[in-house]
Design a protein around this ligand. Structure first.
Ligand code: WT7
Length: 676
């Protein structure tokens, strides 16, 4: 089971935490908010489950209404809005045309401030999505149910591609652009894609990154795995200019910009998808070496992200909304593309790094675009505070709402966000959720509940969280004791399953606290999130972090096993253990402890090879902060590596009693090396 040791230490931390003071949302925010009805929590109480979720379904346009709101006859495979038919691209585009065709749907903001910002209206988005869908269908032969892997940077074409797939009922699997060719290839193979959609290159931190190289490498790796990428479709970052130094491979590669003109004026009727048809796959790390794909539905997912965007992010058609996440993560899918567009808002896609060319960039952009909703992660907030603590004050922008997501935010960092970035004019929501969930689990409803720095808040309306101890007893509010956060009820945004691996889905998320595997009652199947959490007397949840072999680096989930297996690929390495080391900016950064094979001596070169291997296998986000080449790893008598002891050393905390280890003397030797 999960690493019990780290859970215990998380509980210990909790005990020392003090309660923070509340902050009220500004009256100006409350006066205009989408959700101000205090009876919402009663309406969404557990006794009204699942009926309250009708309201979410009603936010969408359906070709055919659903017959069954929730089919829970095959737990834990929940099916929402069964019998209903709809199309996500229709809901995000077509339905806004009558009233709002001239309104901006997407703004593409290139990294260079010398390049113009591109405003794409709903009509223009309709045209581009239709033409691309026609091309993908008529030339590439993609059909409903096919999977397509998309490995692209933050550009408008990425959203257009997702929506074109959705129009056809093609399942998109977007891989974060910063991920390696290997990571891309693994996802192509696992999803069974035969088509990869990519871009020649993009701008990042003032530099041109040649991205097509990764497509070539991925194609070779897919071939090695016994599969084939039949087509690689390449968008040009600067249309009309192919800027990659890796040439177009005859018969396999097609530059989309060269051929899309033939589809001018083409329209594609949206496929009538079943509510429970898969809209997309999103890979995420788990406690085994192999990433798994959360499979998200069309009706349940889209209704959930629409409702969350409206009630928690307070998105309105008149808003200009900027989420700084990457579309390659679930946050970008739900809260850059699907949620805001379903509501008819204007959503910003920013290509580059937040601090390019200087620390004032985000606030300058906020002023220029008159952005009023801002969404980012604690890591980005910490780094913006570090490089430009006084920058926000220099720009005349006004946020009504700000969002933080992805990792726990320290109360001190929260206060800087609220006071300095938000100028005390904005409500702040700390949204807790996961790739698997589609949308939020915990957050305050901004006009109804006060903010409390460092706490995500209660379950969002409709979500009923609970904390269980290891024995499955409920930990009541206000005990100061941590435990495992679970959700009592299913919800529409929850994944359909893990692609191709139903057993893993049940084992990872539902077996931990299910008391009766034969039960057909959803009440017997709480969702196990894999996070430690603490419930305060006021019903607010404070998330303590992962209790499994997953680390959360800069808000991105990485499996320690993935990093360890990349390390073990380097010749000379005998064993590797990855630990989560606290990092001033990223929250957590990986450190690797490595023991070498007999006869191999430690060297800087070997350390570098390990770093290179991790970056090559996974991507720069997994780059370890330190690689320690140590004489041996501390182990229990049964041979289990004691990662907890190594983590304590990395974090300068007490290693505790190690006398029962098989090799206690090694702990002191490693400590001397690391804490020197
Ligand atoms: C893990 C999920 C979908 C959000 C982006 C990350 C941690 C997420 C919070 C928060 C404290 C948080 C949890 C969770 N997490 N939001 N507001 N406060 N921790 O998605 O990659 O699936 O990671 O991120 O540990 O399990 P993800």
């Amino acid at each position: 089971m999960a690493d019990q040791q780290s859970e215990v230490s998380a509980t210990e931390i909790a005990v020392h935490w003090q309660e923070e003071e509340y902050y009220e949302a500004p009256a100006s925010f409350v006066a205009q908010a989408n959700l101000t009805d205090p009876t919402v929590y009663e309406r969404f109480s557990l006794e009204n489950f699942p009926n309250y979720y009708r309201e979410f379904g009603e936010m969408l346009d359906w070709y055919k209404p659903w017959d069954t709101l929730l089919d829970s006859t095959n737990p834990p495979f929940w099916r929402w809005f069964v019998g209903g038919e709809l199309n996500a691209s229709y809901n995000c585009i077509d339905r806004h045309l009558e009233k709002n065709k001239n309104k901006t749907a997407l703004y593409f903001v290139p990294e260079s401030e010398h390049d113009p910002i591109e405003a794409i209206t709903y009509q223009e988005l309709f045209v581009r999505v239709n033409e691309l869908a026609a091309y993908l269908r008529d030339s590439i032969g993609l059909r409903r149910g096919d999977r397509v892997t998309v490995h692209m940077p933050m550009v408008a074409e990425l959203a257009v591609t997702m929506l074109a797939c959705a129009r056809l009922g093609v399942i998109h699997s977007v891989v974060f652009g910063g991920f390696s060719a290997q990571a891309c290839a693994d996802r192509v193979v696992d999803s069974g894609s035969t088509v990869l959609i990519t871009m020649d290159g993009y701008w990042r931190d003032g530099k041109w990154l040649d991205h097509k190289e990764k497509a070539d490498q991925a194609a070779a790796l897919v071939h090695e795995a016994g599969r084939e990428l039949e087509k690689v479709l390449i968008f040009e970052r600067h249309p009309g200019e192919y800027r990659s130094s890796f040439s177009v491979v005859d018969g396999r590669d097609i530059v989309v910009n060269d051929v899309i003109g033939q589809y001018k004026g083409k329209r594609v009727d949206p496929e009538r998808m079943k509510a429970e048809d898969t809209l997309f796959l999103m890979y995420t790390s788990g406690s085994t070496g192999k990433p798994k794909a959360a499979q998200h539905s069309t009706g349940g997912y889209l209704s959930y992200v629409t409702a969350m965007s409206k009630y928690i992010l307070d998105v309105k058609p008149t808003d200009v909304y900027w989420c700084m996440a990457d579309i390659g993560w679930i946050t970008g899918h739900s809260f850059i593309v699907y949620g805001p567009l379903s509501l008819g808002a204007s959503s910003i896609i920013y290509e580059g790094v937040p601090t390019y060319p200087d620390a004032g960039r985000p606030w300058r952009l906020a002023e220029q675009m008159d952005i009023n909703i801002f969404h980012t992660s604690p890591t980005a907030i910490r780094s913006l505070r570090k490089v430009g603590p006084d920058e926000p004050a220099k720009y005349n922008y006004h946020f009504k709402l700000m969002v933080t997501v992805g990792e726990p935010i320290e109360p001190d960092v929260w206060r800087w966000y609220y006071n300095v970035v938000g100028k005390r004019e904005a409500a702040v929501v700390d949204t807790y959720w996961q790739t698997e969930n589609g949308g939020f689990l915990c957050s305050t409803v901004p006009a109804l509940k006060p903010m409390k720095p460092g706490s995500a808040g209660p379950g969002v309306p409709g979500i009923h969280p609970v904390i269980y101890d290891d024995e499955g007893n409920e930990i009541p509010p206000g005990t100061g004791k941590g435990g495992n956060i679970c959700i009592r009820n299913p919800w529409p945004g929850s994944m359909l399953g893990i692609w191709g691996d139903p057993d893993r889905y049940v084992a990872t998320y539902y077996s931990r606290y299910c008391k009766d595997r034969n039960s057909k009652d959803w009440r017997d199947w709480p969702y196990f999130a894999g996070d430690g959490a603490m419930l305060a007397a006021d019903g607010y949840f404070r998330i303590l972090g992962r209790i499994d072999d997953v680390i959360n680096v800069a808000g991105h989930r990485l499996g320690t096993k993935e990093i360890e297996s990349a390390t073990l690929k380097v010749s000379g390495v005998a064993e590797a253990a990855v630990v989560a080391a606290h990092d001033e900016i990223k929250g957590i950064s990986p450190e690797i402890f490595v023991s070498l094979q007999p006869g191999v001596s430690p060297s800087d070169e070997l350390g570098q090879q390990i770093v290179d291997s991790v970056v090559r296998e996974i991507g720069p986000i997994a780059r370890p902060r330190k690689v320690w080449l140590v004489p041996d790893l501390p182990k229990t008598r049964s041979g289990k590596i004691m990662r907890r002891v190594l983590a304590s050393i990395s974090n300068d905390s007490d290693v505790g009693d190690v006398t029962s280890l098989a090799n206690p003397e090694i702990v002191e030797a490693i400590r001397e090396m690391v804490q020197r």
